[in-house]
Write a protein that binds this ligand. Structure first.
Ligand SMILES: C[S@@+](CC[C@H](N)C(=O)[O-])C[C@H]1O[C@@H](n2cnc3c(N)ncnc32)[C@H](O)[C@@H]1O
Length: 247
C-alpha cells in the first residue's frame, strides 16, 4: 500500500485531474494566496525549485517564469499528465520525474526551494536536498478540515486526529535543523450549491479515500441537517502554510 494509491485510482478512473474544482490552481483562498506569495518572495532567475508530489504538474508549470529551473516529482499515474505540460509551456526549464519524495536520486544540496502543495513532507530528504539557507514552503491539510462532516461520518482524513497540525509541523522541522520562518493556520468555508455538487466533490478528493455511491444516503441526512436557507451547504476547510529555512 503506497500513500499515493488514491491518486493512481483517481488517474485510472478520471484520466486526469479536474482542475475546475475548489482545490484548483485558480483558487483564491487566503491560504493558497499566502503559499504563492511565499514562493514568489523566495523566487529568483538563478534559483532551482523542486515540487514534491506535483500531481498533474499544472501548478509546477505556472512557476517556470519565476525560477531558473523547476522540477516536479510524482510517483502516481498522474505523472503521465505532468509530462504533457512540458510541451504546453515549451520551456526547457521545466522537468518531471517519476519518483517517491522520500527517496529521490538527486544529489545533496541541489535545490534552493522545495515546495509541496498538499503533497508529502519527508523532512530528512528535504534537508538533504536543500542548499544551506534553502527554503521548504508547504501548504497542507489542518486537523479541522471538513471536521463537521468527518465527525458525522465517523471516518475520514483527519477523523480522530489529536493535536494541532501546525504545532506538529513546527516540532518536526525545528527538531531537524530547520528554522521556522512562519507557520500559519487558515480557516475558511467552501460553499456547494447543491448536495449533488458536494457529492461529486467528495468522490474526487481524499477527504474519504473510500467514498462511494452508498455514502450518498448518509450525505443526504447530513445535508438536510446542515443546508442553508438557499439550499447551499458549507464545508469548513483548514489549511496550514509553513515556511522553514535550512540552517
Ligand atoms: C493533493 S495531491 C496535490 C497535487 C499537486 N501538488 C497539486 O497541487 O495539484 C498530492 C500529491 O502528492 C503525491 N504524493 C503522495 N505521496 C508522495 C510521495 N511519497 N512522493 C511524491 N509524491 C507523493 C500524490 O500522488 C498526489 O499527486
Amino acid at each position: 500500500m503506497q500513500e499515493w494509491d488514491f491518486y493512481n485510482r483517481y488517474h485510472l478512473k478520471y484520466g486526469r485531474f479536474d482542475n475546475t474544482d475548489n482545490e484548483s490552481v485558480h483558487n483564491t483562498n487566503e491560504a493558497e494566496k499566502r503559499f504563492y506569495q511565499l514562493i514568489t518572495e523566495n523566487s529568483g532567475a538563478d534559483k532551482y525549485l523542486l515540487d514534491m508530489g506535483c500531481g498533474d504538474g499544472i501548478f509546477t508549470s505556472l512557476l517556470v517564469d519565476l525560477f531558473d529551473k523547476c522540477t516536479g516529482i510524482e510517483p502516481s499515474g498522474l505523472f503521465a499528465e505532468a509530462l504533457t505540460r512540458i510541451n504546453q509551456v515549451n520551456s526547457s526549464s521545466l522537468e518531471f520525474c517519476k519518483m517517491d519524495a522520500k527517496q529521490t536520486n538527486f544529489k545533496n544540496e541541489s535545490f534552493d526551494i522545495i515546495i509541496s502543495r498538499r503533497g508529502p513532507d519527508p523532512v530528512n530528504e528535504i534537508f538533504r536536498l536543500l542548499k544551506p539557507e534553502g527554503k521548504f514552503i508547504f501548504i497542507t491539510i489542518g486537523e479541522k478540515d471538513a471536521y463537521k462532516l468527518v465527525n458525522a461520518f465517523g471516518r475520514g482524513q483527519m477523523y480522530g486526529r489529536d493535536g494541532r497540525a501546525s504545532e506538529d509541523l513546527k516540532r518536526k522541522f525545528s527538531s531537524n535543523e530547520f528554522i521556522i520562518d512562519s507557520c500559519e493556520d487558515f480557516f475558511y468555508e467552501e460553499s456547494y450549491d447543491s448536495i449533488e455538487k458536494l457529492h461529486d466533490f467528495l468522490k474526487r478528493v481524499p477527504i474519504f479515500e473510500d467514498y462511494c455511491k452508498d455514502d450518498f444516503l448518509f450525505l443526504e441526512k447530513y445535508y438536510h441537517e446542515n443546508r442553508k436557507s438557499d439550499n447551499s451547504i458549507d464545508l469548513s476547510r483548514h489549511r496550514v502554510v509553513l515556511c522553514a529555512s535550512k540552517i
